[in-house]
Design a protein around this ligand. Structure first.
Ligand SMILES: Cc1cc2nc3c(=O)[nH]c(=O)nc-3n(C[C@H](O)[C@H](O)[C@H](O)COP(=O)(O)O)c2cc1C
Length: 1006
């Protein structure tokens, strides 16, 4: 039986035996409603055989944690419906864990309800509440006649789960919460029928299970227990007592024929667990508890040895949404970040990365409105203004680009100028502290910091989008007849109509935008506004809606826009009743977006009209070109010229506080901060755009229209060794640890896009990679952003105890990371920089050998009898050969063998190093370096007796040489020994050929 064979669990058929263990994550609203982010989280994990949700409370009194979801209110049920739909849309199955916290809570957490438990015994210690940490209270002991009410709460919550469309429930009778409190003698000192004997203590749990099973059908009900877990004061320290209690419980459960019994116990193979399993007789899931994180090996072993029918997996499923695939294919794993387990927000929740090789289309999509953030992007979404440092990548290393954005955000957040718009009553109370920055690359990788998920109204950023739709519907010519493309130099609400024709100057001012909206027609059963909204949603990659409140307020107070519309009507620029048109226009301005949506809108424009995350083509390229041109010249109204010359990106701002900026072929930027300047542009938005442009080299005159990846190849050095021959010890170390050094070959220009893909690649390398060798030899040009980001990358690597090496023979980096650049001159000293790949790899190999090997690996001196080439000989034979050798010594740079010389014998290096090279038109090409313990010269025998390379001493060298004549004599005098010698040399030569072939294979794969 394997983890990946299907399993029937109650009414469900699971495709594999991996069950997502219940994991409290505190991501619901304060009202206990799980929102779209929770849906996204679970939907991402739909490929696991079964998902069991976090513990959800069946009554307010039973709430144990802040931001815990419940199964009580209509809103909570609706929230779970969204989760169920999202998981089912991905083909998954999901049970709700129903959990009454019992005494493991506080009134400041559970909304002021009385804390209840089997007995009035408090837990030692403190609990985190909405009001900070508080000591656990002494609970009130439940009266016997209250117990049916609690059972009813479990039943009702379970029915609610089913009403929400979940597939069943798991009763939480583990980890010290209410049900477990009844089981454990330390927390249950009752004297009624529910306390005292093992049978009595088991009674309440069995009654709950029976009642829920009767209501839902037993095949929809599982239960979780954790005997001897001894947490939260629920102590079960008497083995016999414990065995008897759980035996009594499981005997009663067995009769119910529940879907499964889930056991958390650190000894899955032990008599207690296996005894309970035998008693239960149905599907048993196992989890070995918190002390050691479940590993693939452990999970497989549990199944292979038949200890359980399935495995409940906790933390690996937190960090690896696609755990089933990763474990099945033995792919590298992300490490769970315990700092984000309970912190709220998407960080560490929906943003764990997936393996690079998955295509966007291959990723399970949530059916929730917003596509999962991880489709292509990991990072990072601090919830509030103050950016938190969050892990961004697989192994805890933060992306330098993310860290740059965080520092930029912190800096610009200090700006206190401007104030939110007051003209539109519906948005005048915007929070001036809100501030988010979001950058999306054209391949959909998103960096976010601050308030990037708060909704606000799109306002004028709608203009280019509706204009684009009009262009797509009618073509440029027809639209140009109605709306010009001239910068007006006026403010957004100026009329700016051409004399005579009344044609608005451009589509970015209100007159032009109203005219553009008038060109959109309803079609296929969709009204004009529905089509507009659909287009915006396609841009954002999620379904958007509009704010009825802001719409109403604009409708009531937008007098100037009414005036504009009537004037346009008079000139026949609009050919319809202005009032319904304006209503749609006000609706379009009231569409709710987030900063992240804006970044996706911008990235769609940057990506030639295709949303980089959904892959949907929203616009044709010619429309994109036209829209971006008009945004460049007119998007920032009367500030357009200054904007274009300083920021240099087509952009559009809205009085809601949003701003988009687009660098074609590279990035889309969305920023949100409500305080506006005199042009109606977000103050922080403007300042952040300028800094992004300067710091990341995003001005269009600097950045070509190319977003191709800069990564040419990425491989570890075991696949492409330096070519240096090593002794057996060192070769063994490199075999075991070579994967810790990785070469990343770059090509093209390192402008922003190339730099970004480079830092993304490096930041995402697995934790075991300690040495990162960046090969810059094929990089044509490196902008300042590359130097800055390499500096940051280098610091981030060194903070994580890792090293950066460069291969940069032609000094591509203009400011020389190795010397005076920002990144180079850190406390860690200059970045080691090499001319050739083999030199860099040799350095890395030596580093690994000295780190992981013994002193035997890099010996200063190797007596000839200990030479690896002679290792197959017995010591007497080696000694006999040594006696026929001559010692020779060379100084640095001296030629030992020259190319074309006749075979001159086998040379054994006793100490020092030699380099072999061949002449190339461009000079000597170094092939390899050999050190103590190695041999050379013998390969001449394979090439018509001629030396193929020139061998020079690198520093003082001592050799022992078995000259050609001595070998000839040996063949006559001691043919057996001669054969042994040739056998040993042949073996040695094949080892080298093998190494050579492996290196060549890598180069060919490049
Ligand atoms: C963050 C976190 C939250 C948890 N929340 C719950 C919970 O709500 N209900 C529950 O029965 N167990 C909960 N557990 C326990 C896990 O289900 C699981 O048993 C534990 O993490 C050990 O398994 P692992 O090594 O696979 O992570 C939680 C564990 C963690 C790490």
């Amino acid at each position: 039986m394997s983890l990946f064979t299907p399993l029937s669990v109650g009414a469900l058929d699971l495709p594999n035996r991996l069950v997502m263990a219940p994991l409290t994550r505190c991501r619901a609203g304060k009202d206990g409603v799980p929102g779209p982010m929770v849906a996204e989280h679970y939907a991402q994990r739909a490929s696991l055989g079964l998902i069991v949700t976090e513990g959800t409370y069946p009554s307010f009194a039973g709430q144990g944690f802040q931001y815990q979801p419940g199964l009580v209110t209509e809103e909570q049920i609706a929230g779970w419906r969204g989760v169920a739909e999202a998981v089912h849309a991905q083909g998954g199955r999901i049970f709700a864990q129903v959990m009454h916290a019992g005494r493991v809570t506080h009134e400041a957490t559970n909304g002021g309800h009385e804390v209840v438990a089997p007995s009035a015994i408090a837990i030692d210690g403190e609990t985190r509440t909405y009001e900070g940490k508080r000591p656990f209270p002494v609970p009130r002991a439940l009266e016997t006649d209250e117990l049916p009410g609690i059972i009813e709460e479990f039943v009702q919550a379970s029915k609610n789960a089913m009403a929400a469309g979940l597939d069943g429930v798991e009763l939480h009778s583990a980890n010290g919460y209410l049900l477990h409190e009844f089981l454990a003698p330390s927390s249950n000192q009752r004297t009624d029928a529910y306390g005292g004997s093992p049978e009595n203590r088991a009674r309440f749990v069995a009654e709950v299970a029976a009642a829920v099973a009767a209501e839902l059908g037993a095949d929809r009900v599982g239960i979780r227990i954790s005997p001897e877990h001894n947490v939260q004061g629920a102590l079960e320290t008497d083995p016999e007592e414990t065995r008897a209690t759980y035996a009594a419980l499981v005997d009663q459960l067995a009769g119910l024929k529940l879907a499964y019994l889930s056991i958390l116990h650190q000894d899955p193979a032990g008599a207690l667990v296996q005894g309970l399993r035998a008693r239960f007789g149905g599907v048993v899931l196992l989890n070995s508890g918190f002390s050691v994180i479940t590993s693939r090996e452990e999970a497989m072993a549990i199944l292979d040895s038949g200890l359980a029918d399935g495995v409940a997996v906790g933390r690996p499923a937190i960090a690896n949404p696609d755990l089933a695939r990763r474990w099945q294919e033995d792919l590298p794993l992300n490490t769970p970040d315990s700092k984000t387990f309970y912190t709220g927000g998407a960080s560490g929740y929906t943003d764990y990365p997936r393996p690079r090789q998955l295509t966007p289309g291959g990723w399970p999509r949530s059916s929730s409105a917003e596509p999962p953030a991880v489709v292509l992007s990991p990072p990072i979404r601090p919830e509030r203004v103050r950016p938190r440092r969050t892990h961004a990548y697989a192994d805890g290393m933060e992306s330098p680009i993310q860290s740059y954005l965080e520092s930029l955000h912190a800096e610009i957040a200090q700006l206190r100028d401007g104030r939110p718009d007051t003209n539109i009553p519906g948005i005048s109370n915007a929070d001036p502290d809100k501030f988010g920055i979001c950058v999306s690359t054209v391949d959909g990788y998103v960096y976010e910091v601050g308030d990037t998920r708060d909704e606000f109204t799109i306002q004028s950023i709608s203009k280019p989008l509706t204009y684009a739709l009009a262009l797509a519907d009618l073509g440029t010519e027809a639209v140009d007849e109605k709306i010009d493309v001239e910068p007006s130099g006026d403010a957004f609400n100026e009329l700016s109509l051409a004399e005579g024709s009344g044609r608005p100057a451009n589509a970015m001012i209100n007159a032009g935008a109203i005219a553009a909206a008038s060109l959109i027609k309803g079609s296929g059963g969709s009204s004009r506004f529905k089509r507009i909204l659909k287009t915006y949603s396609d841009f954002a990659g999620r379904e958007l809606d509009y704010s009825q409140r802001v719409y109403e307020s604009e409708r009531r107070s937008g007098h100037r826009n009414y005036a504009i519309a009537y004037l346009l009507r008079q000139f026949n620029i609009i050919e319809q009743d202005p009032v319904p048109l304006l209503e749609d226009y006000f609706r379009q301005c009231s569409v709710l977006v987030t900063c992240r949506d804006l970044a996706m809108v911008a990235a769609t424009l940057a990506n030639s009209g295709t949303n980089p995350q959904t892959g949907k083509q929203v616009l044709e390229l010619d429309v994109v070109d036209r829209v971006l041109s008009v945004m460049a010249t007119c998007g920032m109204y009367d500030d357009a010229g200054a904007w274009l010359s300083s920021v240099g990106m087509p952009a559009k701002s809205g009085v809601g506080g949003g701003i988009i900026a687009v660098l074609p072929g590279q990035v889309g930027v969305g920023i949100y901060s409500p305080p506006l300047d005199e042009h109606g542009t977000s103050v922080r938005g403007g300042a952040a755009s300028l800094r992004l442009s300067q710091d990341l080299g995003l001005h269009f005159v600097h950045a070509g229209r190319t977003g191709r990846s800069a990564i040419r190849a990425s491989y570890d050095i075991t696949a492409a060794p330096s070519g240096i021959r090593r002794n057996d010890e060192a070769a063994e170390v490199l075999r075991g640890h070579g994967h810790r050094a990785r070469v990343v070959e770059l090509n093209g220009d390192l402008l922003f896009a190339g730099t970004e893909s480079m830092v993304r690649e490096v930041s995402g390398l697995d934790n075991h990679v300690e040495l990162v060798i960046l090969d810059l030899r094929r990089v044509d040009d490196a902008a300042q952003v590359a130097v800055d980001m390499l500096g940051r990358l280098r610091r981030a690597l060194s903070d994580a105890g890792r090293e950066l090496l460069l291969i940069d023979g032609e000094a591509t980096l203009p400011y020389g990371l190795a010397g005076n650049g920002e990144g180079g001159s850190s406390a860690a000293g200059p970045v080691p920089c090499f001319d050739t790949r083999s030199a860099a790899v040799e350095w890395a190999e030596n580093r690994l050998i000295s780190r992981y090997g013994s002193e035997l690996c890099l010996p200063e001196e190797v007596p000839v009898t200990a030479s690896p080439a002679l290792a197959p000989l017995d010591p007497a034979d080696a000694k006999a050969l040594a006696e026929r050798m001559e010692p020779r010594e060379y100084d640095d740079g001296e030629v030992i063998r020259r190319v074309g010389q006749r075979f001159g014998g086998v040379h054994f290096i006793v100490s020092g190093k030699v380099g072999s090279s061949v002449a190339e038109p461009a000079g000597q090409l170094k092939l390899s370096t050999l050190s103590a313990g190695m041999t050379f010269g013998e390969l001449a025998l394979a090439s018509e007796d001629r030396q193929e390379t020139t061998v020079r001493a690198e520093g003082p060298v001592r050799l022992m040489v078995l000259p050609a004549e001595a070998i000839a004599a040996l063949e006559n005098e001691d043919p057996r020994l001669a054969v042994e010698l040739w056998k040993a040399l042949t073996r040695d030569a094949y080892t080298r050929v093998d190494q050579y072939l492996r290196e060549t294979a890598v180069r060919l794969n490049d």
